[in-house]
Design a binder for this molecule. Sequence first.
Ligand code: ZN
Length: 318
Amino acid sequence: MAWKIWKKPKERADEEYRKAYKKGINLGDWRSAYNSLVNAIKLYGEAGYTDRCLECRALACLCLALMYPERKKYWVEASKALRALGGKTISFPKPVNSLDLALECDLRAMELEIKELKSEEEKAKALMSLAQRYNTIKRDLLLVSILQGVNQDGESRGRVLIARAYIHLGNSVLDRDPLKAAEYYRMASLQFSSIGFAREAEDWDAKSKRLQEVRECWVCGRKVVGRDVNFIVLEGRITGYLAGMESGKTLKTFSDEGIVVCIACSSIITTIADRIAKAYYEKMMRALEETRRELLKRIERLESRISRLEWEVRMSRR
Ligand SMILES: [Zn+2]
């Protein structure tokens, strides 16, 4: 716009700065805020306002991180830029100490780093130590309120991470020790419940209880612990006679839901079923191909008859 040309860089910078709040930060529109802040950085630089430049840079880095919250490097950059302000109070849009906010950015970057770890045990260990760092924050976390729309203090955030650590520990032993995994999942459930995460608490408690269930496989007769992991219940038919044969047993081999089958027996059944289905499919495709070829031959014969007839008609007209 023409009027902008004769305005001084400082005035234009102030305008961009105000716009970054009015149309961006205050509304949670991080992209709009970022664009205005980038302009403000340039204009404050031209006008020689270094402090304002640094502040806008920190705000811009933060907006960028909020635009791409799953990218670790942006949180690292935001943290660095915020630390460069010292302990200055900034408005985002609530007043917050830049060093406090830098710490939140650091912890968020660490959380993303943990996601990249390969083993479940490593993830659990790292989450436990990250939880301890969150525990030292005795106020509501600004980034959690922005990104998740909930008020959560450092200790509660720590408990979420401890719960997640227990889930990873459970996953790490699930294959060989379902009862131990069930215990870890139960601990996760308790952590969730302690901070009012009712749905998560219920889900992990239910999973823990299913893992503790013990049944006997109808097919091989093995005693198996761990529903959904080591045994499943399949649809099937039981007569009164068969049910009578099982009546003395302490462990259930069937229920109203179906028949108990350990995962080894069920995998044999599904493998054989798959093989049979595949053989049927191939047989059907071969039959279809034969029919197709037969039909093509007939069409060819018909076409040659038609052209012969056409030729005869033409000849008779001469
Ligand atoms: Zn079995």
